[in-house]
Design a protein around this ligand. Structure first.
Ligand code: ACO
Length: 402
């Protein structure tokens, strides 16, 4: 290992923190997490209260503007979001350039990134009016973009937004209705979807939010920044975990096979991890998982899935893992992704749509954080340093002499 002082000089303090486990990259007034107590607050309001009493659009307002809206503010915000639910008709051609079996997340990264080529009047980050329009456009269009990616992947016609419906109902309709058949949104399922969205709306400086902030710190336009966030979210250690968790539960298949998978998860020589378990910050429990678990029970009861084998495996796996010394010692608890996949599957979504639904929900958090960063006078380009451990200085040798 080289002498760091020789490379970097003596000036300032140089910290080495892989994975940024103990480095704050910003100050923020948006979301608070206490990992030991299992607390999550949006602008000071506990997530349990919001999940019980608020709705997704109201939560969006809270995250964006810092306070709960009064009725007039709520009506205005609702109208502004609703006005922007359609995507530019030309964007349909963009979808048609993808393979029909493309993963909806792949399509979304491309389509959202391409929004900066369609909405030129909202890419100037120095203009607060343009920033606001871009924010509303992204929140309003994300369900339409995700539903279109889904419809394209299953070969069905795109379904236009229905502005008579609320945010979650509209999304369900765009995914599940077909022109040939009458479709009515089940209000209980719309409520469950709305709650999933609320629980995922923000989570301070997680990997995708940090990606959005880092991209934004260079002055990149909001659509490019959110596309970067979507790309990061896709990874199985982050938002992709809800898809991976359900696939794992299906793979386990029956309760009697759980011990085999627990043993794999504990084996240091096996890269397998229990998907939907563990969290960088929550070391007691994930408060979102508690609400999600109750919601899963409600939805499965409603849809008559009492004996759903996946849910049975999930519940038993949770029980066994929580009593196992390995999981206790390492403070590994089910996270939000453990139960969300079960609800989404019961609603009829394929696993490939789980992470896009997370992306829709998290868009408001990404935007709130991006806006906070842009408005911060201390904002400067994010530029982590490194600890160089490569070769020492050496001289080039001609090809024929090597
Ligand atoms: N199954 C088995 N062992 C685990 C698991 C798991 N799910 N998660 C962590 N561990 C073990 C690690 O192997 C490690 O063991 P060691 O101390 O012997 O090396 C120890 O617990 C600490 O884990 P780290 O990976 O170092 O913790 P980190 O904070 O870096 O990772 C993470 C957190 C990425 C969430 C991890 O727990 C994981 O990969 N979980 C599965 C994927 C998942 O569910 N992701 C969703 C996260 S929540 C979200 O994005 C909404």
């Amino acid at each position: 290992v080289l002498d760091i002082r020789k490379l970097y000089g003596q000036a300032g303090v140089f910290t080495y923190d892989p994975g940024f486990t103990s480095t704050a990259s910003c100050d923020s007034t948006i979301t608070y997490i206490d990992g030991d107590q299992g607390e999550l607050w949006y602008r000071g309001y506990p997530i349990e209260q919001l999940a019980a009493k608020s709705n997704y659009l109201e939560t969006c307002y809270l995250l964006l503007y810092g306070e709960l809206p009064n009725p007039a503010q709520m009506a205005d915000f609702d109208a502004r979001v609703t006005r922007h639910t359609m995507v530019h008709e030309q964007m349909h051609n963009f979808y048609r350039g993808f393979r029909r079996d493309a993963h909806p997340m792949a399509t979304m990264v491309g389509v959202v990134g391409a929004m900066s080529a369609f909405y030129h009047d909202s890419v100037d980050i120095n203009d607060p009016v343009q920033r606001e329009v871009a924010s509303i456009r992204l929140i309003a269009k994300m369900p339409t973009i995700a539903a279109m990616a889904y419809k394209y992947s299953i070969g069905q016609p795109f379904v236009y937004p229905d502005n008579e419906l609320d945010y979650a109902s509209n999304f369900l309709k765009m995914c599940f209705s077909v022109p040939a058949e009458k479709y009515t949104v089940n209000p209980a399922l719309a409520k469950a979807m709305d709650r999933i969205m609320m629980l995922h709306a923000d989570h301070e400086q997680n990997a995708s939010t940090s990606t959005v902030r880092l991209a934004g710190s260079s002055g990149a336009n909001p659509f490019a920044c959110i596309a970067a966030g979507i790309a990061c979210l896709w990874g199985p250690a982050h938002g992709g975990a809800n898809q991976a968790a359900l696939e794992m539960l299906r793979q386990i298949g029956s309760v009697d096979r759980i011990p085999e998978y627990i043993a794999k998860a504990k084996d240091k020589n096996d890269p397998f991890k229990l998907m939907g378990f563990g969290h960088r910050v929550y070391k007691n429990f994930d408060p979102r998982a508690k609400v999600m678990k109750e919601s899963a029970d409600e939805v499965l009861d409603l849809l008559g899935f009492h004996n759903n084998p996946t849910l049975q495996v999930a519940k038993e796996l949770e029980k066994i893992a929580l009593e196992d010394p390995y999981f206790i010692e390492k403070k590994l608890y089910p996270n939000v992704d453990f139960y969300s996949g079960i609800i989404l599957e019961a609603m009829g979504f394929p696993t490939s749509m789980f992470t896009p639904i997370f992306a829709i929900s998290r868009t408001v958090g990404w935007i709130a954080q991006w806006k906070e960063m842009i408005a911060d006078p201390q904002n400067k380009i994010g530029r982590p340093r490194q600890l160089y451990v490569g070769a020492d200085r050496r001289d080039y040798v001609d090809l024929k002499s090597r």
